[in-house]
Design a protein around this ligand. Structure first.
Ligand SMILES: [Zn+2]
Length: 104
């Protein structure tokens, strides 16, 4: 029974909307041993990770509902949020150039 090889797409729960989505559609936020937070583009950074949808709405939601704090079991300073927000935005901009108006 376990021998049956079903190809399951790995799903992760979003910190913001708390819905599960395929891992590849999400961004990983990682906390290193040193306690540094960053957006993990490769998905291979060592440390404790959490996942979020590739949109700023979910990030805003995660900030509001303290999803990050819950995932990482600790307080997260406002500047960490600001830094992650900037990194996320960079990633989203790199992935798709949807938002062309009002940029600079
Ligand atoms: Zn989400």
């Amino acid at each position: 029974m376990i021998a049956m090889k079903t190809k399951k797409i790995p799903q992760r729960m979003c910190l913001g909307c708390r819905q599960s989505h395929p891992k590849k559609d999400m961004l990983r936020i990682v906390r290193s041993k040193e306690g540094e937070y960053s957006v993990d583009v490769t998905g291979k950074k060592p440390g404790r990770g959490a996942y979020i949808c590739k949109n700023m709405d979910c990030f805003a939601e995660a900030r509001k509902n303290h999803g990050l704090e819950r995932s990482f079991e600790g307080r997260i300073a406002p500047e960490i949020y600001a830094q992650l927000e900037a990194e996320l935005r960079t990633q989203l901009d790199a992935n798709e150039n949807v938002d062309t108006e009002g940029g600079k």
